[in-house]
Design a protein around this ligand. Structure first.
Ligand SMILES: Cc1cc2nc3c(=O)[nH]c(=O)nc-3n(C[C@H](O)[C@H](O)[C@H](O)COP(=O)(O)OP(=O)(O)OC[C@H]3O[C@@H](n4cnc5c(N)ncnc54)[C@H](O)[C@@H]3O)c2cc1C
Length: 465
């Protein structure tokens, strides 16, 4: 890896990427694979939010949480074990080990592809040119990939102690005795699930009428039911009004004047784009509420400048960034890849139970296709593997009469592992009859997908009534 200090002013490459998170490093890796010279500029660590502060460390915590739940319920399976608490230092060691291993692997990949890594904060200063510590890096193509940050609400100050974001929550060296989580989206729900499994008293405050409001209404309802059963307190449709510190933590006031006391307040109200003060607007890149406006080929309004990842409006997911990065590199190489269909991007909330989906939810499908929409919901109660796991939930398939499947929605432990098949069904525009012909191994949770499609074709197998 070359260091920025060793590069001459006026360094040029085929591709310059500003930001080494999921979107940026995927662009760099694919462009290098296609024979282009690539400069990747990163001010912190390659891997970005996903590897260091997002997907990977949170999923390690969620796995530890699953083990805690399994230990508590071991007796139900005839296994003698007792749960005596969480050693947060040991959980941290496990989590950090996973991150460190992936980080080493990623650094090695970047080295082996011959990518020039520049360490430092960059800023656009001229067409397709980024300045880092006085050095200019110009690309035939410039890719903005500066990612996102945890937002807060106007007037709600994050102090990192009592009022925290997901970054602070991940770094906590203890399990809070109690927590109020502001925001019932994916990140808020995942922390609620972890902390509850670790023994905390958790309350979620959400202004919208339901949790994970972008998902199918049935999925939100199922998650809410499961959370209530786990004694997570839900205040949905109840906007936040204020917070004050107390001797023992925080007192949160919500609409209607109700107050909730807790040790910490986790603010999980979404992620804003990192686009300020980076010279974007000055170089002709149009921004909309801070997000970078692009066309379907991810080109910004500045010639030769593209954007990927969380700064581009749409679902903020690591695998969307990977796909966009691959797309851009192939586009630069003249391979004319197909634009990405954002609706085909699978979405997973890794709570207990998990929620996963691809394509349209029922209400969006009805807006688009009206009366032609058909749905079938197959209850996991009829699926032996789910019964073995003692998980409840469903597979809901949304399809068009005499047409393809346009959405699949899953709730239940481990259903994230079914989303791959669901995505193939959606992306290949399969008709229910195409899927009904597929033989699903028994006993698996995938069988529930098969059963739902059998039901849609009028020949349900394991369905009563
Ligand atoms: C708690 C949490 C859990 C998540 N869980 C999941 C999950 O399970 N699955 C999933 O798909 N997604 C998940 N996400 C979302 C995922 O992390 C993001 O969608 C993804 O990281 C976005 O990639 P990106 O490349 O756009 O930005 P980032 O990963 O944020 O990377 C941007 C990079 O740019 C660098 N940078 C910024 N400005 C400059 C500058 N001026 N100069 C140089 N470098 C700069 C930053 O240091 C950073 O490394 C989660 C996010 C959070 C916060």
């Amino acid at each position: 890896m070359a260091d920025s200090a060793t590069l001459a002013t006026g360094q040029t490459s085929d591709v310059v990427v500003l930001g080494g998170g999921s979107g940026g490093y995927a662009t760099a890796l694919r462009a290098a694979q296609l024979g282009m010279t690539v400069t990747l500029i990163e001010k912190d660590k390659v891997g970005g939010t996903c590897l260091h502060r997002g997907c990977v460390p949170t999923k390690a915590l969620l796995h530890a949480a699953e083990i805690a739940e399994n230990t508590r319920s071991a007796g139900e399976y005839g296994v003698l074990a007792s749960f005596s608490g969480i050693d947060m230092a040991a959980v941290g060691t496990y989590r950090d080990g996973i991150v460190a291993r992936a980080y080493r692997g990623l650094e090695g990949l970047i080295r082996s592809r011959g990518i020039t890594m520049v360490h430092g904060a960059g800023r656009l200063v001229a067409p397709r040119t980024v300045e880092v510590a006085g050095q200019h890096h110009t690309g035939r193509h410039l890719v903005c990939a500066t990612g996102s940050y945890s937002k807060t609400l106007p007037g709600l100050a994050v102090d990192g102690q009592l009022v925290i974001t997901s970054e602070h929550a991940l770094a906590l060296d203890r399990v809070p005795a109690s927590a109020v989580i502001l925001g019932g989206g994916v990140i808020g729900c995942e922390f609620a699930s972890v902390w509850r499994s670790f023994g905390a008293e958790v309350t979620i405050v959400e202004a919208l009428p339901r949790l994970i409001a972008g998902e199918d209404e049935a999925s939100s309802k199922a998650l809410e039911r499961a959370f209530r059963k786990r004694r997570i307190t839900l205040k949905v449709g109840r906007p936040f009004e204020g917070v004050e510190s107390t001797d023992r933590g925080v007192r949160v006031t919500i609409a209607g004047g109700e107050t909730i006391e807790a040790e910490v307040l986790l603010v999980a109200v979404g992620r804003g784009p990192v686009t300020d003060q980076l010279g974007y607007a000055e170089q002709g890149i149009r921004l909309d509420r801070g997000f970078v406006v692009t066309d379907e080929r991810l080109r910004t309004t500045a010639p030769g400048v593209a954007a990927v990842g969380d700064i581009v409006p749409g679902v903020q997911l690591a695998h969307r960034g990977f796909a966009q990065g691959i797309f851009l590199a192939e586009d630069f190489a003249g391979l004319r890849p197909e634009p990405i269909d954002d609706e085909a991007i699978p979405r997973v909330t890794y709570t207990m139970p998990e929620v996963a989906s691809v394509g349209l939810n029922e209400s969006k499908a009805r807006e688009r296709y009206g009366e032609a929409v058909r749905t079938v919901t197959y209850d996991l109660g009829g699926n032996p593997k789910s019964n073995i796991l003692k998980t409840q939930g469903f597979v809901k398939v949304v399809s068009i009469v005499d047409g393809p499947v346009v959405g699949i929605h899953l709730v239940g432990d481990r259903v994230s592992e079914l989303i791959g098949e669901a995505q193939l069904i959606y992306s290949w525009e399969a008709y229910p009859s195409d899927v009904a012909r597929m033989i699903h191994a028994h006993p698996t949770q995938n069988e529930a997908l098969g059963e739902a499609h059998l039901a849609l074709t009028g020949k349900p197998l394991h369905v009563h009534g």
